[in-house]
Write a protein that binds this ligand. Structure first.
Ligand SMILES: [Zn+2]
Length: 428
C-alpha cells in the first residue's frame, strides 16, 4: 500500500508540474510525512504515548476482531503489532453505543462493549492489560504491555441513571463524553444543535450538572468532545476538575461544529485540561470537510439503500456494514497531507499552550479518512518527527504524546480523593 501510494505521489508531482490548473488538493498528496530519524525515534520511544480515543471495540464486538491479528491485509488502525511499532503505550477504547439501532437498550450495549475490551486483554495477557489509573499506565509501560482503558462516548449510555454511571465507573470506565452526535436528555450535542425537531436544553440541564459533579467525585474524566458550544461552557462552569476533549480539533483551521474555537481552547487551558487532536481528515482540513459535506446527502441515501438491502436479505446489520460503505465514499475525496494534523497540534499549542494538547486519534472510527501517511498506530512516530521539524523540544514532545493527558488524569484522581473525603455520594 505504502509503495503504491509513493508511486502515485510521484505521478501527482509530475502532474502538478505539468498542469498549472491541477488543484492544490491533488498536489498536496505529495506531502507525506518526512522519514523518521534515529533521534526522533529515540525521543518517541522514550515517551509514554497515550491516545484517548479509538473505536476498535466495535470491531471486537461486531466482527470478532482479535487485537492480536497479524493479517497484513487488515484495514484496522489498531492491533498489538501496530501499537508496538508505534510505541503506543495506552489506548482509551471508546465504548460507543449507536443511539438509533440500540434504542431501548443503551446500557446493555454499553456492557457488551466493555466486556469486549476485557476479553481482548484476557486473550493477550502477555502483551496487553486493563488499566484504570495513571499508576496502571506506568506499570503497563514498564511491563511493555499496551494499557487498555475505556471511555464511554455519549451520555445516553447511563439512561439518565446516576447509579448506572457509578456502576460503569466500577467496571473501569475512566472518562465519559457528555454527548455523542445526539442530544440526550441532559446535554445538547453539536451534532444536532441546528435540528429544530430535537428538544434541546440550552446546554446542560440541572441533572447534567449533577452528572458532571458525580464524575468529578468518582474520578471519571469529563470529556467535552462532540458537545454543543453552550454545553461546553456550562461544563467548564460546573466541573471541579480539569476536563478533556478526547478527540477534537481546532475550528479556526477547519470549520466543523464539533471542533473547538480558540476561546474554548483558552478556557480548557485555564481549566488545566487537555485537547486531544482528532485525526479525521474532515476535522483537520477545510477542503476535505467541504467535499464531505457536499456528498453527504448522496452518501446517506446510498448507505440507507445498502443497509435496507441487507435487512431485506435477513442479515443483521452491523457497524462493519455501515463502515464498509462509508469507506467507499470517504475514498472519493483526496486525503489531505500529513502536515494538516501537525498544523492542529501546533495551533492548539500556540493558543492554549503546549501543556494542553495531546492525541485523540479516533482510530478505527473514521472509515479510513486520515491524512496521507497516517495509516495506523504504527505511524505515530511520524508525529514526533514532524514536531521536532517545527522546533518542538523532546520535553514538549513527551507532553504532547501523553504527558499532558497523564497530568490531567492524575489531577482528576486527586480531586476525586478530595471530594470523597469531604462528602457522601449524591443520593439520586
Ligand atoms: Zn466521536
Amino acid at each position: 500500500m505504502q509503495t503504491l501510494r509513493r508511486f502515485l505521489s510521484a505521478n501527482f508531482l509530475l502532474l502538478c508540474g505539468l498542469l498549472i490548473l491541477t488543484s492544490t488538493l491533488a498536489c498536496a498528496q505529495t506531502n507525506d510525512a518526512s522519514p523518521v530519524s534515529a533521534k526522533a525515534r529515540a525521543i518517541h520511544d522514550s515517551a509514554i504515548v497515550v491516545d484517548t480515543h479509538a473505536d476498535t471495540p466495535q470491531r471486537f464486538l461486531d466482527d470478532n476482531f482479535d487485537i492480536g491479528s497479524t493479517d497484513p491485509r487488515d484495514i484496522g488502525h489498531i492491533s498489538l503489532d501496530k501499537a508496538r511499532a508505534g510505541n503506543l503505550g495506552a489506548e482509551f477504547f471508546s465504548i460507543w453505543v449507536e443511539p438509533e439501532t440500540n434504542q431501548g437498550h443503551f446500557a446493555q450495549h454499553t456492557l457488551d462493549l466493555i466486556d469486549s475490551v476485557y476479553q481482548q486483554a484476557a486473550r493477550h495477557p502477555d502483551r496487553m492489560m486493563m488499566a484504570f489509573s495513571v499508576d496502571d499506565i506506568e506499570r503497563a509501560h514498564k511491563q511493555k504491555k499496551l494499557a487498555a482503558l475505556m471511555g464511554i462516548e455519549g451520555g445516553h449510555s447511563i439512561e439518565n441513571d446516576i447509579h448506572l454511571l457509578r456502576d460503569f465507573y466500577r467496571l473501569g470506565v475512566r472518562y465519559m463524553t457528555l454527548s455523542w452526535s445526539n442530544t440526550n436528555e441532559w446535554a445538547d450535542s453539536s451534532g444536532d444543535i441546528d435540528n429544530p425537531k430535537i428538544q434541546h436544553h440550552n446546554g446542560l440541564t440541572d441533572f447534567g450538572k449533577q452528572v458532571v459533579l458525580e464524575m468529578n467525585r468518582l474520578g471519571m474524566m469529563v470529556d467535552i468532545s462532540h458537545v454543543a458550544d453552550k454545553t461546553f461552557w456550562d461544563t467548564i462552569a460546573t466541573t471541579k476538575a480539569p476536563v478533556i476533549a478526547s478527540h477534537s480539533s481546532a475550528r479556526a483551521l477547519s470549520n466543523a461544529p464539533r471542533n473547538m474555537t480558540d476561546d474554548m481552547l483558552r478556557a480548557v487551558a485555564k481549566n488545566g485540561g487537555v485537547v486531544d487532536v482528532n485525526f479525521f481528515a474532515g476535522f483537520l482540513d477545510q477542503n476535505y470537510w467541504n467535499a464531505a459535506q457536499a456528498q453527504q446527502k448522496e452518501q446517506e441515501a446510498a448507505t440507507h439503500d445498502y443497509l435496507e438491502k441487507l435487512k431485506a436479505e435477513g442479515k443483521q446489520v452491523t457497524f462493519a456494514d455501515e463502515d464498509r460503505i462509508t469507506r467507499e465514499w470517504m475514498a472519493k475525496i483526496p486525503r489531505p497531507p500529513f502536515t494538516v494534523l501537525i498544523d492542529h497540534i501546533d495551533h492548539i499549542a500556540k493558543v492554549a499552550g503546549v501543556d494542553h494538547v495531546g492525541l485523540g486519534s479516533d482510530f478505527d472510527g473514521v472509515s479510513g479518512a486520515t491524512p496521507a501517511g497516517m495509516d495506523s498506530a504504527a505511524d505515530l512516530p511520524k508525529i514526533t518527527q514532524a514536531l521536532l521539524d517545527r522546533g518542538y523540544s523532546s520535553e514538549d514532545n513527551h507532553k504532547i504524546l501523553g504527558g499532558n493527558v497523564m497530568r490531567v488524569f492524575r489531577e482528576v484522581e486527586r480531586v476525586s480523593r478530595e471530594m470523597q473525603a469531604q462528602k457522601a455520594p449524591l443520593d439520586r
